[in-house]
Design a protein around this ligand. Structure first.
Ligand SMILES: [Cu+2]
Length: 310
């Protein structure tokens, strides 16, 4: 099932509802016909006059014929109108790539994996022992300054506080009640992870919070982090790798129910706006060779604190 907030959820529900109505009507009529017109029940003498291969003109019913011509046309027309609405949403109402709420990415499909490339920086926090928002991270020229709120420090008396990013360990100086420290390895390139922890006298570590940062230009394979509640725009291409040619694929992020072909030598685009955090699957929906079925990527939708800020 597509996520409830997508245009496809109501489309799906309405198609199912109308299908059930049509099925009820057809099966009710079928049952009635089978029971009433079975041999020995209906004694209509006209039935005996039927000649195989000849249409019984005398039993013609123009009204019935027009009804079962017009009725389905109205139904099909209405379903087309509904489906059109979602197509227009996907193709005509694409978000402005330069808008502040647009998160722009490049996707490349290979035989048989997905590559995601970031065109913008993105930052998000994982909450651990410290309540959300009680560790602040400030980006400066020399590095990232971490500040732990007093309420959190009070819960860990006699501990030292440490931040670690890419082997760069910063111990916090506890001066005038201020606990802060700077990590110069964080937010520089690629996907960097800054872990803030409290360490007791035995050396036991409690993780207070973790900050992730992905820099523009970073690429990842079969795994992607997406900022929640932003318009994600994917520019999609199919590329060859080693002996494997560029072939037709189709990106299908199941949760958002949209699907767009990825065609060799043509750039296609797709957009969606996640509204729930969590892990979701994206599969390839166009048969692309032997290992088509393993072309699965995980999309981690996270509450980004600075997603989209270039
Ligand atoms: Cu594929």
């Amino acid at each position: 099932m597509p996520a409830e907030y997508t245009v496809f959820a109501s489309l799906y529900a309405e198609f199912i509802f109308l299908s059930i109505l049509v099925a009820l009507f057809v099966f009710a009529w079928l049952t009635y016909t089978v029971l009433v017109h079975r041999q020995g029940v209906n004694q209509n003498p006209n039935l005996e006059k039927l000649t195989p291969g000849t249409f019984p003109k005398e039993r013609d019913n123009l009204k019935a014929e027009i009804t079962w011509f017009i009725g389905p046309i109205i139904l099909i027309g209405y379903l087309t109108f509904l489906a059109w609405g979602s197509t227009v949403t996907m193709w005509a109402n694409q978000p402005d790539p330069n808008a502040a709420n647009t998160f722009d990415m490049d996707i490349t499909a290979y035989q048989w994996f997905w590559e995601f490339e970031y065109n913008e920086d993105m930052t998000w926090d994982e909450t651990h022992a410290a309540p959300q928002g009680t560790i602040t991270y400030t980006n400066g020229t020399e590095g990232v300054t971490v500040f732990i709120w007093e309420s959190v420090r009070d819960e860990f008396p006699g501990h030292t506080f440490q931040a670690e990013a890419g082997g760069d360990v910063v111990e916090f100086i506890d001066g005038s009640g201020m606990v802060s420290g700077e990590s110069s390895n964080h937010r520089k390139s690629g996907h960097s992870v800054l872990t803030v922890s409290a360490i007791n006298s035995n050396g036991d570590e409690t993780i207070l919070g973790v900050q992730h940062h992905v820099a523009a230009g970073f690429t990842s394979i079969n795994e992607v982090w997406l900022p929640n509640e932003m318009d994600i725009v994917w520019h999609m291409n199919s590329m060859p790798i080693d002996d494997n040619p560029a072939v037709l694929h189709s990106a299908f992020p199941i949760e958002y129910a949209n699907k767009e072909d990825i065609v060799p030598n043509i750039e296609t685009t797709m957009f969606f706006t996640p509204q729930d955090v969590g892990d979701f699957e994206m599969v390839c929906a166009e048969y692309c060779g032997q290992q088509h079925s393993v072309m699965v990527a995980t999309m981690h939708v996270v509450d980004s604190t600075q997603g989209g800020v270039a």
